[in-house]
Structure formats: structure tokens, C-alpha cells
Ligand binder design. Structure first.
Ligand code: TRP
Length: 454
């Protein structure tokens, strides 16, 4: 099964890796991750999160890319192709599209906040206080609506441009810029007063903080941050050529994603404490770190504002960076349904992108006017939708398509796979370890394990 030539392929190896890493790195790393760290007691969350990424995230990423490259299709088409004669498996693909659209609906609003803060930093520095207040008001419905629509237009424009000319070119330049700006900001914050306490909270795990909710959140966060569970990487893998080394590409993407999340935590948790030494409240009445959908958007601008002209420059850079990271992720969220319409219904890429973009924009209007939807959607899709999707993909690969043909596919770009340690370990992860771990996390959350074992 080869992808047809006019479907598009990545122009270069670097281009694919950058696009996949661009999909992974986004608001999940910089908005959601520090927030999860703050609300789940600091370093303990970081630890469980890393375990989830390596033990479940990485094997599943290899699985998605392999399914994608082998079939050369969108998720729905891929499951159809691998299980001809049975229609039920295509449901895994539809589940992915549903979750993708649901995630995009709230993601787009947060991306809109990010974009608004680019202008907020400028207007604040220019002394236009009234305007800057509107721009920083996260519950301002019309403002949210305007910026999320703008963001959707940007996303649609790139996706309509196609795989290599649009997505690849955009991400290639964005990613390195992002890393540099992040590092520069950490270097700055670390030397400010108060940052030490934040570093301690972030890096010294208190294992007594680990509980069912923390583990569920860490698992969901790992799926969300690595772009797993909905077939995004099946879709990106479908544009990949046979010579690519999938396990190595997946290792790079996982590594890049974890690193950026780690760095975002290293920036934002200490920054909260710096803000505190500047008189901003970061603990609630119960003595817990404040964490909310607004964390990054409340703490950091206040910090920037206390730093005068340096703060204005840092603030501007930060929100430009975050907008870029969000854009390379919304691109990949939109690409899944677009590839589906393109492959399965023969719709032109441009029309599909515009059509799905309009639906997405309408859904995000609901969230724009009532941001309390974000928590609900995060719960539905991150904590449940994505792990369920991942579970189904593992079981499908392990027991329907089977791991042997998958290994044969991997072997093409990585000779020696069949006989090496990867070839022995990975199938066990996909068939048993990952599904069991995901199930245990669910059972644990609904209290079944506690009920069974007291
Ligand atoms: N991983 C992205 C982030 O961290 C979000 C994202 C993009 C995503 N595509 C996805 C999440 C597919 C789940 C599935 O911001």
C-alpha cells in the first residue's frame, strides 16, 4: 500500500520530524503542563508524567506512525485498510476525529488568548491601559471570539497549502526559534529573587502527593502533549517515506516534547514565585498553588509588567513564541479531519480545510463566550477520550493487524529491527503493557482498585 503521489509527502526528513515535533509541542506543554504541575503538587506530577511518556507514549507513537506509513491513509481509511471486511474498526478513526474536533474547539480559544496577549503586551507598554485590560480579560466574549476566529483563519490557511509547502515550511523555522526564546527566558527568571523556592517545588518530588487523580491527569497530559490517541500521527506518518527510521523519529519527537514541557515548567513555576516576591498572590486560602485555566495568562503578564521595559520585550517574545507553538499544533488537529475528507470523500484539500475550519470556529465560539467549558472539555477529552483512543489503537495493532506486519514495516527504514531488542520489547508493550496500564489508571480513578484491595 503506497500513498498516492498527489497526496503529498514530506520534502525532507527534517521537515517531517519538525512537523511532528511542532504538532506535539504546543499549549499542552506551555499552558497545560505547568498548570497540571501546580495543581498536582509539583515534582511528584513531573515524575509520574515522565513515566507515562516513556512507557505508554513512546510505544504508542511508534504504533501510530507505523500504521500511517504502512497504509498511507487518514485514520479512518487506515483502520479500514488493515481490517478489510470489517467495518467496526473504522470507528477507532471516527472516535479520533470526534476527539480531535472537541479538542480543537477549546484549544483554539486558548490559542486566541495567546494571540491577544501579543497585542496586550504592546498596548500595555504603550500605556493604552483600557485596551490592554480588554485584551487580557479572559472572559471577554467578543474579544475571545475575534481572536479565536483569527487563529482559525491562520490554521486553515496553512493546512489548505498542503503538506510540504504549508505545514512543513511553517514548522521548520518555528521550532528552533521557540527553543531559543524559552532558554533565554529561563536564564532570566532563574536569577530573580524568589525563584529558588519554585525550583524546589518543581524538582523535589513529594511522593505522598501521588494519588489516583494525579495519575489520571498525568496519563491524559502525556497523550495530549504527545498528540496521541486520535490518529494525528497516523496522518503525519502517512506522508512519510519508507526509508525513515520510525523508532528514531518517534524518540526525537518524544524527547523534544518532554524537553519543552520540562523547560516550560522550569520557567513558569519559578516565575510564579518571583511574582510572589513582587507581591502577587500565588497560594490559595488552603495553601495550594493557584492553578486554573488562566494560570499562565495571569501570572506571567503580571510578572512582565513589574519588570519595566525588559518585561515588555520578554512578554512580547513569550506570547509570540506561544502563538507559534499553538499554531503548529492546531495545524495538526485540523489535518486529521481534512485528510479524512480528502482521502475518503475525494474532497479538494482547500475546500476540506475551509469546511472543517468553519465548523471548528463555530464550536469554539461556544467556548469563547463561556470559557468554563474548557475544564469540562479537558476532562472529557484529555482524561478519557485520548487514553480510550490509545487503548483501542494498541489493541487493534496487537490483536487485529498484529505486531509482526508492523515490525516488517518498521524494518524497512530500520534494518535489524526484527532481530534486535526493539523488535522483542515493543510488541509486548503494545499488546500487554500499555493496554493494561491504561486500564489500571481508569479502574484506579473510578475506585475499583481501592474497592478490590482495600
Ligand atoms: N500536542 C499538542 C500540544 O501539546 C496538542 C495537539 C495537537 C494534540 N494535535 C493533537 C493533542 C492531537 C491530542 C491529539 O499542545
Amino acid at each position: 500500500m503506497e500513498a498516492s503521489a498527489d497526496r503529498g509527502t514530506w520534502n525532507s526528513r527534517l521537515g517531517f520530524i519538525m512537523a511532528a515535533a511542532g504538532s506535539a509541542v504546543g499549549l499542552g506543554n506551555i499552558w497545560a503542563f505547568p498548570n497540571q504541575v501546580a495543581s498536582n503538587g509539583g515534582a511528584a506530577f513531573l515524575l509520574v508524567y515522565l513515566v507515562c511518556c516513556f512507557s505508554v507514549g513512546y510505544p504508542l507513537m511508534v504504533a501510530e506512525l507505523t500504521i500511517g506509513r504502512h497504509t498511507g491513509r487518514n485514520p479512518v481509511g487506515a483502520f479500514r485498510a488493515l481490517a478489510p471486511g470489517s467495518r467496526v474498526y473504522a470507528l477507532i478513526g471516527f472516535w479520533g476525529i470526534l476527539c480531535g474536533v472537541g479538542i480543537h474547539a477549546f484549544y483554539n480559544v486558548i490559542a486566541g488568548w495567546t494571540l491577544a496577549f501579543v497585542f496586550e503586551e504592546v498596548t500595555y507598554a504603550a500605556g493604552a491601559t483600557g485596551l490592554s485590560q480588554v485584551l487580557s480579560d479572559l472572559s471577554h466574549g467578543h474579544k475571545n471570539a475575534l481572536f479565536s476566529c483569527l487563529f482559525m483563519v491562520a490554521t486553515v490557511t496553512i493546512v489548505a497549502g498542503g503538506v510540504s509547502s504549508g505545514i512543513e515550511r511553517a514548522t521548520k523555522t518555528m521550532m528552533p526559534a521557540l527553543l531559543v526564546i524559552l532558554l533565554a527566558m529561563i536564564a532570566y527568571v532563574i536569577f530573580q529573587e524568589g525563584s529558588r523556592e519554585g525550583l524546589r517545588l518543581y524538582l523535589q518530588p513529594d511522593l505522598s502527593k501521588i494519588n489516583a487523580r494525579l495519575v489520571l491527569n498525568a496519563m491524559g497530559q502525556a497523550f495530549f502533549s504527545l498528540s496521541l490517541g486520535i490518529g494525528t500521527l497516523i496522518t503525519y506518518g502517512s506522508y512519510l517515506n519508507r526509508k525513515q527510521n520510525i523508532p528514531r523519529a518517534a524518540a526525537f519527537v518524544t524527547g523534544a516534547d518532554i524537553s519543552i514541557a520540562f523547560l516550560a515548567g522550569l520557567l513558569i513555576i519559578p516565575a510564579m514565585f518571583v511574582a510572589q516576591s513582587n507581591g502577587i498572590q500565588i497560594f490559595d486560602d488552603q495553601g495550594n498553588l493557584v492553578s486554573s485555566t488562566g494560570l499562565v495568562f495571569n501570572t506571567l503578564p503580571s510578572l512582565f509588567h513589574t519588570l519595566g521595559p525588559v518585561g515588555a520585550v520578554l512578554g512580547l517574545l513569550f506570547f509570540v513564541l506561544l502563538s507559534i507553538a499553538a499554531l503548529t499544533s492546531t495545524i495538526s488537529l485540523l489535518e486529521v479531519p481534512v485528510a479524512y475528507l480528502f482521502d475518503e470523500w475525494g474532497m479538494a484539500r482547500r475546500r476540506a480545510a475551509i469546511g472543517v475550519g468553519i465548523v471548528g470556529a463555530l464550536l469554539s465560539l461556544v467556548v469563547a463566550y463561556d470559557p468554563s467549558w474548557i475544564d469540562t472539555l479537558v476532562n472529557m477529552f484529555l482524561n478519557v477520550g485520548l487514553p480510550v483512543g490509545g487503548l483501542m489503537i494498541c489493541l487493534f495493532l496487537g490483536f487485529v493487524w498484529k505486531t509482526q506486519p508492523a515490525l516488517n514495516e518498521i524494518e524497512q527504514g530500520r534494518p535489524g529491527t526484527l532481530t534486535g531488542p526493539f523488535g522483542r520489547l515493543w510488541p509486548a508493550f503494545i499488546k500487554f503493557f500499555c493496554p493494561i496500564l491504561i486500564l489500571l489508571v481508569f479502574l484506579n480513578t473510578i475506585g475499583v482498585l481501592q474497592w478490590l484491595f482495600g
